[in-house]
Design a binder for this molecule. Structure first.
Ligand code: FES
Ligand code: FES
Length: 268
């Protein structure tokens, strides 16, 4: 049997994903999330973020769609970080007074290197690679061509950093076997932390898959109980079809495309 489940919004999903794996792994709202490299691990390359000139020296800018923060600690020196807070996976939302700030529990990270400036986070924001192209645009990944740096500074415009986290599983991961059908309870589901995917079986033989990234503020859902998929951060619950059962989330979990072949469920 092969069952195709349409993907509604997978873009950017992977980036956040790994980042929050720790949320689920540690299982609770108070647990640290040092795996936040999601963005870093699955960083897309070659995407234009905006003008380098829009990044204030000594400050930075949050690119929410890409779940990335770009800072300019000193003139011409651009650095990229995952925007997924290492505390519990919320997205940082502001850069002020030299720090990158998380709205959930007030963690702050230094624009210079992503290090923790104020808790409760205890681990730095994972680095992400950003470069400046010949048009003065910030581009995810890659290297800036030589000579594109601000001539007024010796600092490179390219910050090459190695994304922590290791694996570079392709988005969509076509063909990866996620689970066997008998591992997914009818009326329940399974959370695959590493892949940041939720598999459910609302009714016998009906398999669905979703991003495990909560649509509220990006934490990773960590439990399926009572017929809902539950987020540990602020109590959002999602039905087994991904729709919101309880806020504060207002948008359904993003669907992922999987296929069922025999007893194996894999990414399409
Ligand atoms: S998620 Fe708690 S401070 Fe960011
Ligand atoms: S991130 Fe707030 S409820 Fe999930």
């Amino acid at each position: 049997m092969t069952q195709q489940i349409p993907r509604r919004a997978a873009v950017g999903l992977v980036a956040v994903g790994a980042a929050c794996a720790a949320c689920a792994r540690y299982g609770g709202p108070q647990s640290p999330d040092e795996a936040n490299q999601a963005g870093a691990t699955q960083q897309q390359t070659g995407e234009v973020l905006g003008k380098a000139a829009d990044i204030p020296v000594g400050g930075g800018k949050v690119f929410a769609n890409q779940k990335m923060v770009v800072t300019q600690p000193t003139a011409g020196q651009f650095k990229g970080f995952s925007a997924v807070c290492t505390h519990q996976g919320c997205l940082v939302d502001a850069v002020t007074d030299g720090t990158i700030n998380c709205p959930c529990h007030a963690s702050k990270f230094k624009v210079a290197d992503g290090a923790v400036s104020a808790g409760p986070a205890t681990t730095p924001l994972p680095a992400m690679t950003v470069s400046v192209n010949e048009y003065g645009e910030l581009v995810t990944g890659g290297s800036a061509p030589p000579g594109t740096a601000d001539p007024g500074t010796t600092a490179p415009t390219t910050e090459e950093t190695t994304a922590p986290g290791g694996t570079t599983e392709p988005q969509g991961g076509g063909g990866d076997v996620l689970a066997t059908t008998d591992a997914i309870p009818v009326g329940g589901g399974m959370i695959l932390q590493d892949q940041e995917i939720v598999l459910t079986q609302p009714t016998a033989g009906e398999f669905m898959a979703f991003s495990a990234v909560c649509t509220h503020q990006g934490c990773i859902v960590d439990a399926i109980s009572g017929g809902t998929i539950n987020c540990p951060c602020h109590g959002s619950k999602f039905k087994l079809d991904g729709s919101v059962s309880q806020g504060p989330a207002t948008a359904p979990l993003s669907a992922r495309t999987v296929k069922v072949s025999g007893d194996q469920i894999s990414l399409a």
